[in-house]
Ligand binder design. Structure first.
Ligand code: G16
Ligand code: MG
Length: 220
């Protein structure tokens, strides 16, 4: 039934969600602003400046646009330093198999990440040439939970949204997939991702996903 798979990057293909958290944590510590994993959950899938706005909610101070840009740049420098060390070993379990199986069966695959660093991360992971399309986040007007990222991916792999499956680790991303009219797979915590059509702890169980594309797996 489904003919396309659109992947989120951070937290789905690789664990850069952890680096985003660490980079924001370093910045907020420097600014003396409280920040924890719970607040971080709201940042997942959300663009850089918008993420900063959420962090600044905990501060009584008002910051100018110039200061905000400076803070966001600083976080991005920390983040870019961290992603330099990414290698193909950092692909999350199940991802290499999933990509291979989907491609072998002629399923179109794309990446719909809100990250402007997506190309660098995919390159370091050694998989940038595997995808039929990678959305350029810098050309997207509305971030997740708006469906634009996913709709752009579908359009560029030549498929209607209703034959596409979106894979996400964030609540904002699941909402974006549903609003795009696609089948949503959540990877991670059930409570956070309950609006998804299917929630998996991780992507190790590739059979469950391949079945959606009517791909028969021996013993599956
Ligand atoms: C990711 C992360 C977000 C991050 C955003 C922007 O999106 O989940 O936490 O804030 O990209 O990243 P950057 O600062 O690198 O442009 P996704 O959609 O891949 O999960
Ligand atoms: Mg994500």
């Amino acid at each position: 039934k489904y003919r396309g798979a659109i992947f989120d990057l951070d937290g789905v293909i690789t664990d850069t969600a952890r680096y985003h958290y660490e980079a924001w944590k370093r910045l907020s510590d420097e600014l003396g602003i409280y920040f924890d994993e719970k607040i971080n959950e709201r940042l997942k899938g959300i663009g850089r400046l918008q993420s900063l706005e959420i962090i600044l909610e905990k501060s009584k101070k008002q910051f100018s646009m110039e200061e905000k840009r400076y803070f966001a740049d600083k976080k991005n420098q920390y983040y870019r330093e961290m992603i330099k060390s990414i290698t193909p070993k950092d692909l999350l379990p199940g991802i290499p198999e999933l990509i291979r199986e989907l491609k072998e069966r002629g399923i179109k695959i794309a990446v719909a990440s809100a990250s402007r660093n997506a190309f660098t991360v995919l390159k370091n992971l050694g998989i940038s040439d595997k995808f039929d399309y990678i959305v350029d986040a810098s050309r997207i007007k509305k971030g997740k939970p708006h469906p634009e990222l996913f709709l752009t991916a579908a359009e560029n792999i030549g498929l209607k949204p209703d034959v596409c499956v979106g894979i996400e680790d964030s609540a904002a991303g699941i909402e974006a997939i549903k609003r795009a009219g696609m089948f949503a797979i959540g990877v991670g915590d059930f409570e956070i991702l309950k609006k998804a059509d299917m929630v998996l702890k991780d992507l190790r169980d590739t059979e469950k996903i391949l079945r959606l594309f009517s791909i028969n797996v021996p013993g599956g």
